[in-house]
Design a protein around this ligand. Sequence first.
Ligand code: GRF
Length: 216
Amino acid sequence: MAKKVAILISGSGSNMQALVQTAAAADYPAEVVAVISNIPSATGLARAANDGIATHVLDHTLFDSREAYDDALHALIMSTGAEIVCLAGFMRILTPEFVNRWTGQMLNIHPSLLPSYRGLHTHRRALADGVTITGCTVHFVVPELDAGPAIIQAAVPVLSNDDEKALAARVLAAEHQIYPQALRWLAEGKVSLNSEGRIQRNGNAVVDTPSILIVP
Ligand code: GRF
């Protein structure tokens, strides 16, 4: 049976839409049951609704503390029946308590080849450094920001005439390829996080290096 997934967004939701549209295929092992935004005006909410997905807003400005927000978020996710959480441009730091409740069942997508360029403005920083290859990473979420074990990365060349916008768009297209792949593997049990916090593939081999998609 397909694993139920909740997707958390704060913005445009293009990764969310890539997951929703891939998951619509009958043979995909995961089913998106909810899209949740902390921002009431997030444009991704309309995109999700258009695709027939139940949407929820949990406005963080209405909560007194991060802990109170994350408790409500956890309760909301549980009420949807979701077993897996995908962060897709969810622009909030999550408490360790929340993260630990979803250990091994929560993924994030980040627009860099982690461990390079954790945090914000990844493309600007990559261009300033003059790197020739950048990319994106899907990783398990751990309490430390952008630090969880990587499942898959896409390597994207930086072109000589790239500006931040052009590079971001090319990396985003690669994000839309690797996120559905990573969710597929998690839902099928082909990747999991073991008790030492390392990635196991197919239930046995521990593999610390991510799969790589090379974008020409
Ligand atoms: C993506 O670049 C993702 O890697 C980052 O936030 C952005 C979200 O874009 N975490 P979208 O909302 O999926 O279009």
